[in-house]
Design a protein around this ligand. Structure first.
Ligand code: PLP
Length: 378
């Protein structure tokens, strides 16, 4: 088995996530306590949680949970859903099952690293960059130019980590048509779908539009429940799901039973939870906008289309790596510099940093950020 490279983002978080005083770069919405989630439960769901048998569960996921997940799509049924331990296991399984050493993959850059490192560890891959001059959008002609006779998979993620960009609908449809003509699977990481400013317009899920589309989703981000470790892939191609299910026997085997009950409760209260999390983004957006507005010589701000992240540009002479390092080491404020998002498949901008808009308590972190800038003569 090929040795995988260090996962830069997760390695950085291992060092800082629980140590930095102000985590201003989270990609997940504000979480909630077990008590708060259970307070939303119908009596029978609460009883289902409290009285549950702590044995193994089904590898595909609990049947009622798969049905509930299927209801978040337009045209999927329980048989179109395979559950995973978080989104990460789904990314691993999709790449392992779809790709062989003689295949070719197209990867949109920058990206959440497993979307690049996993295909690169299996086969040849071409990176197609998002264009910062075009609202971090994707040039479909560049994707077309990257296609080879053996291209098997294209991987993308909208709303996008780290920029918060959403691909315009007409380009999304053009991309699907292009892949359809060439028989290419699309793994679409849709884990920020439903999250963003309240006026965000989200893309339809790919499993509903494309027979070779894999819709990756999870409780971690838009729902703010990463501790449940419940994710899934929805797809029309049930034979492919079955191959991934067999691979899952080598991985987590099944979800945590209590987490399945809790995910059920959250999905039954989906609209309420998403509205709560989007409201937090709405509250935090003007705070960040006012902050960046005070330092136009230092930062270039772009409002994200969706998700609870943004990727402003840093214009200071010291460069964003030194800036982000000093910020966390001297003032306990954590942001993610561009190096975390570097790619082996081509250049990506090196002067940006990721910030978060999804958590409570931003004012305190921003005050520490601002104090840091003042101490450094800005
Ligand atoms: C785009 C993207 N995909 C997948 C994941 C992994 O999600 P999970 O924690 O549910 O495994 C993350 C986590 O940050 C992410 O940002």
């Amino acid at each position: 088995m090929t040795t995988l490279p260090d996962f830069r983002l997760e390695t950085h978080f291992s060092k800082w996530e629980f140590k930095a005083r102000h985590h201003l770069t989270a990609s997940d919405a504000q979480s909630m306590s077990l008590g708060d989630l259970l307070a939303m439960a119908a009596p029978e769901d609460r009883a289902g949680f409290e009285q549950m048998w702590l044995g193994y569960t089904e590898t595909y996921g609990a049947p009622d949970l798969r049905e509930q997940i299927a209801r978040t799509y337009v045209g999927q049924a329980a048989q179109n859903i395979l559950c995973f331990a978080g989104a990460s296991e789904g990314i691993f399984a999709a790449n392992a099952v779809l790709l062989d050493k003689d295949d070719h993959a197209i990867v949109i850059t920058p990206n959440y690293q497993s979307h690049e490192s996993l295909p690169v560890s299996i086969c040849s891959a071409t990176g197609v960059p998002l264009d910062p001059q075009d609202g971090w959008s994707l040039d479909i002609d560049r994707v077309a130019a990257a296609i080879r006779p053996n291209t098997r998979l294209l991987t993308m993620n909208f709303p996008h980590n780290p920029t918060g960009a959403i691909l315009p609908l007409d380009r999304y449809q053009a991309l699907i048509e292009l892949c359809r003509r060439h028989g290419i699977y699309i793994l679409h990481d849709e884990i920020f779908n439903g999250l963003g400013p309240s006026d965000a317009v989200h893309l339809p899920f790919i499993a509903d539009l494309y027979e070779r589309g894999l819709s990756l989703n999870v409780m971690s981000k838009s729902y703010g429940l990463p501790g449940l470790r419940v994710g899934w892939i929805a797809a029309q191609d049930t034979a492919l799901l079955s191959r991934m299910e067999r691979l899952k026997h080598y991985l987590s085997i099944c979800n945590s039973g209590p987490s399945e009950r809790l995910a059920m409760i959250a999905l039954k209260n989906r609209a309420q939870i998403l509205a709560r999390n989007c409201a937090t983004v709405d509250e935090n957006m003007p705070r960040w906008e006012a902050f960046f507005g005070r330092y136009p010589e230092l930062f270039e701000w772009r409002r994200p289309d969706g998700s609870c992240m943004a990727y402003p540009r840093y214009k200071g002479k010291d460069g964003v790596e030194a800036f982000a390092r000093d910020l966390v080491e001297q003032s306990g404020v954590l942001v993610l510099p561009s190096s975390i998002y570097s790619s082996d498949l081509g250049p990506v901008p090196e002067d940006h940093f990721r910030i978060g808009l999804g958590r409570h308590g931003l004012e305190e972190g921003l005050a520490a950020f601002e104090a840091h800038l003042m101490r450094n003569g800005h």
